[in-house]
Design a protein. Structure first.
Length: 246
């Protein structure tokens, strides 16, 4: 999130569903392997969002909610179900999902999160395992690559500036070279994004019975992960699509 961008209206949309499904699957793998992890997020939002109508979530997570009994086997949907015992009312942000997984795995996480919007800082007070930096996320993450143990990085800019794509791609490569596992979320069709050489997990929203408005799909690039994680993600994604497209 940046000044001039408010994710509230987008929370839980089709792009969020795909991004967070992949993020949760990767984080779960890492916490099972290692009981401590550094997590970094270049452009963080709020810990959670209240869902109201109308909202983009209605064509995203709202479309999949009817499949919840069959989706609880996936940790992402289990987290959402636990957060919403009385019906779909709240949607967690990316960092909140990672913090939740750490607790479930009885693991330690050090979250380093960035955004230039000072209003977000207040929403993260009280989260002792998350350090909010009110600064540019691209340069902020670059500054910790060498001084922190490698961990998991989510690159998720709002794409309000054309330079975001170039900066994101550059950060992806530098973080991967520093030993990090990196996820980069972007909308399908973004120029340059399709040229990356890492594993990509792409979704056409209509395949999952969701509607992304002007965006027909989204993708998550994954760098630095071993083949075991990549193959597990592909298997889980295929299984998800079989359930929601029934």
């Amino acid at each position: 999130m940046t000044n001039g961008y408010n994710h509230q209206i987008h929370a839980g949309n089709a792009g969020d569903v795909w991004k967070h499904f992949i993020l949760v699957e990767v984080a779960q793998h890492l916490f099972f392997r290692d009981r401590s992890l550094v997590y970094a997020e270049s452009h963080v939002g709020r810990p959670e969002y209240a869902l109201g109508a109308p909202g983009e979530w209605e064509k995203g997570i709202g479309r999949l909610w009817r499949h919840l009994p069959s989706l609880r086997d996936f940790l992402y949907f289990r987290i959402l179900a636990d957060l919403n015992p009385q019906g779909l009312r709240l949607y967690p942000g990316s960092s909140s999902l990672v913090l939740d997984i750490a607790k479930r795995c009885e693991a330690l996480v050090q979250a380093e999160i960035w955004d230039i919007n000072p209003d977000l800082a207040a929403s993260w007070r009280g989260y002792s395992d998350a350090k909010f930096h009110c600064a540019d996320g691209f340069s902020g993450v670059l500054s910790i690559l060498d001084r922190s143990n490698p961990g998991l990085l989510l690159i998720d800019p709002p794409y309000l500036d054309e330079k975001d794509i170039t900066l994101a791609k550059d950060l992806l490569h530098k973080a991967e070279q520093a030993g990090w596992i990196v996820l980069w979320w972007y909308m399908s069709g973004l120029e340059m994004a399709s040229q990356i050489d890492f594993a990509k997990f792409e979704l056409e929203f209509n395949e999952a019975e969701m509607d992304g408005g002007k965006w027909k799909g989204a993708a998550v690039a994954l760098a630095g992960a071993d083949e075991c994680i990549v193959e597990s993600l592909r298997s889980q994604a295929e299984r998800l699509l079989k359930i929601v497209s029934r």
